[in-house]
Ligand binder design. Structure first.
Ligand code: MN
Length: 264
């Protein structure tokens, strides 16, 4: 029997969260600890200058977990270190309403919740559905999510690696299969719409269009668009090891602190 922490960034009322929790319930004990409101694109933010408060949350009269006035990363950290009476075997985040591929992984609260689970040493996975209409159908994605969570503790992923899963918005029988992918190079072409409020004061609202980078079938976006479930193993360690030696040489003569790297 597994113990599973479920969270998201779309907030505790989100349909995708409850579709995920319901799908995982047959695997063992499931508790939701999720933000009390929409927290998409907050990335890995933590709340440090305000108190966190938790409120029990019921679905159809049944206790299913807690709403927290914080971010997705807050929820996972609070749940694992303090709130839950047991340590989860898996942290499952989602199912996000909208894809989390390419550069979006950086901004995603959904992925950051799973990253936080990984930081705490727990096998973790983020799920996102490639749907944007208000009444998205999470049923097929929930079936796939369950199959992945069931296997997650046995995959022996290296320390620091989590899974970022994107699922096409298709009925189960129309999904082509699973592709293990890498983070693609698609980008947002962003701008801010300059508007005026009723008092004539300017305000700005982020807008943009998503530019699909290339046709590499092993890129997350491409696999998803071609009808495949995209599973990308990702890591939060950001050092560009290839540049370390080059920079030591380039800055070595400029800065006395370069001696530090040779001090040991
Ligand atoms: Mn979201």
């Amino acid at each position: 029997m597994m113990r599973i922490l479920v969270t998201n960034d779309d907030g505790i009322e989100a349909a995708g969260l409850h579709a995920l929790a319901e799908a995982l319930r047959p695997l063992g004990e499931v508790v939701i600890v999720a933000p009390d409101r929409q927290q998409s694109a907050v990335g890995h933010a933590l709340t440090v200058s305000e108190p966190l408060r938790i409120v029990p949350f019921r679905s159809n009269g049944q206790f299913v977990g807690y709403a927290v006035n914080g971010t997705p990363a807050d929820c996972v950290k609070l749940a694992v270190t303090t709130l839950l009476p047991w340590r989860p075997d898996v942290v499952a985040s989602g199912i996000n309403h909208g894809r989390n591929t390419a550069v979006n992984i950086l901004y995603s609260g959904t992925v950051s919740a799973a990253t936080e689970g990984t930081l705490l040493g727990i096998p973790s996975v983020a799920f996102s559905l490639d749907a944007y209409e208000a009444e998205a159908d999470f049923r097929a994605a929930a079936v796939i999510a369950r199959a992945i969570v069931e296997r997650l503790p046995f995959l022996r992923l290296p320390t620091g690696t989590l899974l970022n899963v994107n699922i096409p918005a298709l009925p189960l029988e129309q999904i082509c299969g699973v592709r293990i992918t890498h983070q693609g190079r698609s980008l947002w072409r962003d701008w801010y719409e300059r508007r005026r409020d009723p008092w004539g004061r300017e305000y700005f609202w982020l807008a943009g269009e998503y530019v699909l980078a290339d046709g590499d079938p092993e890129a997350d976006d491409v696999a998803l668009t071609q009808g495949y479930v995209s599973i990308t193993p990702i890591r939060y360690a950001l050092t560009d090891t290839a540049s370390v030696e080059q920079l030591r040489q380039q800055f070595g003569e400029l800065l006395p602190i370069s001696d530090v790297s040779h001090a040991k």
